[in-house]
Ligand binder design. Structure first.
Ligand code: PEP
Ligand code: MN
Length: 338
């Protein structure tokens, strides 16, 4: 931490600060300028103490942390890329992974048609929501247990690993009994009780970025999963809220290289929730691969016009098939494959 004293702060204020620092067993490095004194606090566990402890002292102007708030998700802790193995499908390798399927599981027929089609087009993991976190309590909340049952059936029938969201810590065991990947949605990125419960399952997890969260807050949330000894964490950029309204959310493509630099965890992009409209999904998906994403999470529906949730942003089976062909070329251009 770096403490900048106010211009002309008296010597007693600086001494009081130093004494406070020493009370934690830490050291200081003083930088005494003509008008200002800057004090660097040196210690290997300064992250455990709030900056407020020093900010409230008389004569202190600002206190700045130089250590990142996240640890286990950071590249400083683990320098090599993490690979997450989902029932044999590796995420984070040279091979880009596409996860696709309906937003919500609606019926056996809908899920089966989607699973068959996405598998034929080259997707390697099936997604489908059984518990849906809806903005309104009056909207369709998902088929819940019946949805999980259909998902388990599709997994068996097609031999595809499955990804589904868990919204409530009380449902974690029930969802984990079926899901190969537990998805934590954007609205729950900072639900720490849920993160801890999901972390304990030791099951692969997709942690979506909170739509109003910084990359740093996102990686700090990932620490909750990693702190439970669960190393199988996959991040997913799905767009953030900005002043722009022409897309549902603004996809932060820049977050991909930022994650690659700051973290060892694999990162996916969900172009569907970012776009909000099917016509925008292919371009965002291609940009994500070109920018270095390890995979995509795409909503696909056999009949988007009849979809109970997110029909406008869902690709038809044939549009998805065409997109997969185009993505192969993008992956090839950057030395990867799908
Ligand atoms: C989803 O993937 O269906 C979903 C609800 O996504 P998000 O949490 O990103 O809104
Ligand atoms: Mn959706």
């Amino acid at each position: 931490m770096i403490v900048e004293m106010k211009t002309g702060a008296p010597r007693e204020d600086v001494d009081a600060l130093v004494e406070k620092v020493k009370s934690f067993g830490w050291d200081v490095q003083m930088n005494i300028g003509t008008d200002k004194t800057v004090v660097a606090i040196l210690g290997n566990n300064t992250g455990q103490v709030s900056t407020d402890i020093f900010a409230v002292l008389p004569g202190v102007e600002t206190v700045t942390r130089i250590m990142k708030p996240y640890k286990l998700a950071s590249r400083e802790v683990k320098t090599d890329d993490s690979l997450v193995s989902v029932d044999g499908v590796e995420i984070g390798s040279k091979r880009v992974v596409v996860i696709a399927g309906p937003c919500a599981i609606e019926s056996e027929e809908q899920l089966t048609q989607a699973a068959q089609a996405i598998q034929n087009s080259g997707a390697r993991i099936l997604r489908g929501g059984a518990f849906k976190p809806r903005t309104s309590p009056f909207s369709f909340q998902g088929l819940e247990e019946d949805g999980l049952r259909l998902l388990a059936q599709a997994k068996k029938q097609f031999g595809l690993p499955v990804d589904t969201e868990v919204v409530d810590p009380r449902d974690v065991d029930k969802v984990a009994a079926v899901a190969d990947i537990l998805q934590v949605g954007t609205r729950n990125m900072q639900n720490y009780t849920l993160l801890t419960a999901v972390g304990r399952t030791q099951r692969p997890v997709i942690l979506k970025r909170g739509f109003a969260s910084t990359v740093s807050e996102w990686l700090t949330a990932a620490d909750y999963l990693l702190a439970e000894g669960n190393n199988q964490v996959i991040l997913c950029e799905r767009g953030i809220r900005t002043f722009e309204t022409s897309t549902r959310f603004s996809v932060d493509i820049g977050a991909i290289p930022v994650i690659k630099k700051s973290s060892h965890l694999p990162v996916l992009v969900d172009p569907s929730h970012a776009a909000g409209h099917y016509s925008l999904v292919p371009a965002i998906a291609k940009a994500a691969i070109a920018a270095g994403a390890d995979g995509l999470l795409i909503e696909v529906h056999p009949n988007p016009k009849e979809a109970l949730v997110d029909g406008l942003q869902s690709l038809t089976l044939s549009d998805f098939d065409q997109l997969m062909g185009e993505l192969k070329q993008i992956a090839k251009a950057i030395g990867r494959d799908i």
